[in-house]
Design a protein around this ligand. Structure first.
Ligand code: AMP
Length: 130
């Protein structure tokens, strides 16, 4: 069965889209640790990071780096953190999280945003992609 992220990529489930290339897709995490928390995923549906072929692995990192720069330009923060977990959604994804404290990486501290706020953040990040 297709993962929730494949459904997002295909446009079957809505998302706050940030960017798309032939092979990768970025959108805001719906339950963010911090404003601007973004997920970068390969369109290829693979469960675990280390099961990606090397080209997709390095391509994903290059894509996430580009999106990370745009997040850093958009969201006031100390730095953008990166983590890969995948225990909830079995489709490789890189979390990019604007950080001010260690707690922002903990996945226990969440921020609530309205749809308008999500849209505003996504649009601002999109505008800062080089
Ligand atoms: P994990 O698989 O543990 O790395 O976590 C999956 C992440 O995907 C969580 O941070 C969720 O909030 C996020 N997530 C799950 N469903 C959606 C969705 N439909 N749109 C955006 N983010 C999602």
């Amino acid at each position: 069965m297709a993962t929730v992220f494949t459904k997002i990529i295909k446009g079957e489930i809505p998302c706050y889209k940030i960017a798309e290339t032939e092979d990768f897709f970025a959108f805001l995490d719906i339950n963010p640790n911090a404003k601007g928390h973004t997920l970068c995923v390969p369109k290829k549906e693979v469960n675990k990071l280390l099961d990606l072929d090397e080209e997709t692995y390095t391509g994903l990192m290059q894509f996430a780096r580009k999106i990370g720069f745009a997040i850093e330009k958009t969201i006031p923060c100390n730095r953008v953190g990166m983590t890969i977990i995948g225990l909830e959604v079995p489709h490789v994804h890189v979390h990019l999280i604007p950080l001010n404290t260690m707690e922002d990486m903990s996945f226990s501290k969440k921020v609530k945003l309205t749809s308008e706020e999500f849209q505003k953040i996504a649009s601002a990040i999109r505008e800062n992609i080089d």
